[in-house]
Design a protein around this ligand. Structure first.
Ligand code: HEM
Length: 393
């Protein structure tokens, strides 16, 4: 009997110790959770205050100036079917960013290339054209061969599929993730309304013809942007995305030696800058023997920071515009903004302050870009995997 009592006491002591240990661990976890939740709630609150303020400012030209600009998109479209969608995108994006903080720039360019061709419909992700392997897809178009961020969007989409299968579109995933990535990289916040659906098709020919090229002149650039409804100021503003990220030497080599077959460097490049670029790109021919651009890892890259007096490199400020005023644009298409009286005037406007005007306009331009030609309602589909369309019977 005494033995039994002793064993019982021992068991009780053991249970007591375990529960003490657990209770020591739980509060810190609970605290962590609570802190995270509070942070998230604060962000959500800031977001909704921001939205309300912007709607209130609508008549004075806020980020969204009319319901028409939403093209059928809604605030928090997934609130019923996948209320955690936006926080899943945000937390997964934050995780990816913590390991790869230049991913924001890749995503920004990816969104541009998707939205510019038949709208923000995730057509840029498709691997095959609805089963037709002979049909080329956007991903294979020359300007898209150097895109980054496709795998990262796949990772985010996988998390969304785990939580809410078949609900959140790839197009919304890209739009939300890009916004979050821009903010993580220090860029301005802008609201993303949701409800985009995914295309069933990919548009190779359009991507070849209509994605602007690094050696396009200002007339061609303005033409391509105006076809998507962007005026001159918005075009100058959107090119300010080149404040950040990196550019391969492949895209500027002809400017340094033999521009447009003249045998001379591009006269619009500042002479000192020319030397810096030659130094940075020397011995780095990174075009494969078959003439295609080499893989990302083996390509010599120039960071936007090189063209800048900002030693820390790329930032969402206005050094891009200040450099254009000095003939220090990396791409021909960038420097061309100084070749037209109107666009040069906007360059001067953006260069003239601490970057506030550029950032404010960039929020608006990104809302407009993210809403281009969206498919909503019963149009398109919601893909489970961004690379493959859902087969339609
Ligand atoms: C005339 C229009 C444009 C042309 C010709 C152009 C061309 C290019 C080229 C050739 C690169 C270098 C890519 C590489 O080396 O892999 C680049 C990089 C980049 N572009 Fe543009 N771009 C244009 C407009 C835009 C717009 C409107 C945005 C976004 C709003 C954008 C965002 C970016 C970003 C963020 C990078 C850096 C990407 C990275 O670091 O991976 N570009 N662009």
């Amino acid at each position: 009997m005494a033995k039994l009592m002793k064993r019982k006491t021992k068991t009780l002591i053991f249970i007591f110790i375990i529960s003490v240990i657990l209770s020591l661990k739980f509060p810190s976890e609970i605290e962590d959770e609570r802190a995270k939740r509070e942070k998230l709630e604060k962000e959500e609150m800031k977001f909704s205050v921001f939205l309300q303020r912007e709607s209130a400012m609508s008549t004075q030209g806020g980020v969204i100036s009319s319901a028409d600009e939403l093209h059928g998109l809604e605030y928090d479209f997934y609130r019923q079917n996948c209320p955690q969608a936006e926080s899943i995108v945000r937390s997964t994006m934050a995780k990816i960013y913590s390991q790869q903080n230049d991913i924001s720039f890749g995503l920004l360019r990816l969104l541009f290339h998707d939205c510019f061709i038949k709208g923000c419909d995730a057509s840029v992700f498709l691997d095959d054209s609805n089963g037709n392997k002979n049909h080329s897809v956007e991903r294979q178009a020359t300007p898209n061969k150097t895109l980054r961020g496709i795998n990262e969007i796949d990772m985010i989409k996988e998390e969304l599929e785990n939580a809410c299968p078949g609900v959140v579109s790839c197009a919304d995933t890209l739009a939300l993730a890009t916004r979050d990535a821009v903010v993580l990289a220090g860029g301005p916040f802008y609201p993303i309304f949701t409800g985009r659906r995914d295309s069933t098709q990919s548009y190779f020919d359009e991507a070849m013809d209509e994605i602007p090229k690094p050696n396009d002149n200002i007339t061609q650039t303005l033409f391509l942007f105006s076809r998507r409804g962007f005026d001159e100021r918005e075009t100058v503003n959107l090119l300010g995305a080149h404040n950040v990220g990196k550019i391969s030497c492949d895209f500027i080599r002809d400017r340094l030696t033999n521009f447009s077959g003249t045998g001379q460097p591009d006269a619009s490049v500042d002479p000192n800058f020319l030397n810096e670029l030659r130094l940075a790109c020397q011995d780095s021919s990174s075009t494969d023997h078959d003439g295609t651009v080499a893989s990302m890892a083996s390509r010599a890259m120039i960071f936007q920071g090189l063209s800048s007096s900002v030693p820390s490199g790329a930032r969402f400020d206005n050094h891009y515009y200040q450099n254009l005023l000095k003939g220090r644009g990396l791409l021909f298409v960038d420097q061309q903004l100084m070749a037209d009286e109107n666009t040069a005037r906007f360059v001067a406007v953006y260069a003239s302050d601490d970057g506030t005007t550029f950032r404010r306009d960039f929020s608006r331009s990104m809302v407009k870009m993210s809403n281009l030609g969206v498919l909503t309602g019963t149009l398109g589909q919601v893909r489970n995997k961004c690379s493959f369309p859902i087969r339609q019977s």
